[in-house]
Design a protein around this ligand. Structure first.
Ligand SMILES: [Cu+2]
Length: 337
């Protein structure tokens, strides 16, 4: 092969690589970027992708050129020339990949190290994963427990995971990292949300029948709004007035995504209509209060005919004050409805 055609090939490969890279980088393939860690992860991602695209384009250019240039003529039955190695080529095709892979390793190590480094004044949240729900508790606020994750913007957040049954995996695409939650293991994830908004929290480890429903939301708020919310919640869930506090607990937990309850504006259809609780309790031959309480902490103790077993998660870890308030709230609102 003449030197000229080698340079032509290189040229074609690099131009094709450049075009493919432009398509990859300019089209918005990835979800919105909402954390500092995500920006760094994206950098590693594109660093690697661009290398892959350019190498791929070069290889395909050489391949297509060879298929065209060195094809046998229809009447040519002769053997090809006997070729034995090419030291120069071998050095080149060993050295280039070694350098590229090593550089990817170095960039990744730097990014991982930076992403795990916490800032000052870390905000801690304990995350509990269970079939098929997430709950979040805030040690800074008396272990207030919610079903929606709320975070202050631009503050270092440390999520500590506990799994009650099987392996789950925490994922907010906009935050850019995933973390498995493993029974018996204490796993953690550090994030610094840097954009206000509401983002999906997804379980990304097939964990059973209701895996697809194991979703909630992460709401990133301004520091002022967050502090105000935190104060309001602590006040509401500690309040002696059950109508107020129970409503807050119901809203904070994922109940409404599966149940209908007019008083809370909930319209879920996965579980029984909670407006008809007195009727269901009579049907189960249990006193109303006891029926509701057991149904929440141990749903499989009694399964309502026509509804699936093992879909409602047990809320056994709900603090007693919140559970009491929730039960009273359900008694009152179902009698009204
Ligand atoms: Cu799961």
């Amino acid at each position: 092969m003449r030197r000229g055609s080698i340079f032509a090939l290189l040229g074609i490969g690099i131009v094709a690589g450049g075009i493919a890279t432009a398509v990859a980088v300019l089209l918005p393939w990835l979800p919105e970027d909402a954390s500092r860690e995500r920006g760094r992860i994206d950098f590693v991602f594109w660093f690697t992708i661009v290398i892959c695209i350019v190498i791929f384009a070069l290889v395909v250019a050489v391949l297509l050129y060879s298929i065209y240039k060195f094809r046998a003529k229809p009447d040519d039955d002769s053997d090809g020339p006997p070729i034995h190695g090419h030291t120069g080529l071998e050095i080149v095709w060993t050295l280039i990949p070694t350098l590229l892979v090593t550089s990817i390793g170095i960039v990744s190590a730097i990014v991982l190290g930076r992403n795990d480094a916490q800032g000052k004044d870390v905000f801690r949240v304990n995350v509990t994963a269970q079939q098929f729900t997430w709950s979040f508790s805030y040690p800074e606020a008396n272990n207030l427990t919610t079903g929606v994750l709320r975070l202050p913007v631009n503050r270092s957040v440390e999520l500590s995971f506990k799994a009650l049954d099987v392996i789950h995996s925490f994922w907010v695409p906009e935050f850019g990292q995933k973390q498995d939650t493993v029974p018996g293991l204490h796993t953690q994830l550090h994030i610094t949300p840097d954009k206000l908004g509401t983002f999906p929290v997804i379980c990304t480890e097939l964990c059973g029948l209701g895996h697809a429903t194991m979703r909630t939301e992460a709401i990133v708020m301004t520091t002022a709004a967050f502090d105000k919310w935190l104060k309001g919640q602590t006040a509401a869930t500690g309040s002696p007035n059950p109508a107020v506090s129970g409503a807050a607990v119901f809203k904070n937990q994922p109940c409404g995504s599966c149940h209908t309850l007019t008083a809370a504006g909930a319209t879920g259809k996965v579980g029984p209509d909670l407006d008809k609780l007195p009727q269901w309790a009579t049907q189960a031959k249990q006193p109303l209060e006891q029926f509701i309480r057991t149904s929440i902490t141990d749903p499989n103790a009694y399964t309502q005919p026509g509804f699936p077993k093992n879909v409602m998660p047990p809320f056994a870890s709900l603090p007693k004050a919140q559970l009491d308030a929730l039960v009273q709230y359900l008694i009152q609102s179902s009698k009204k409805g």
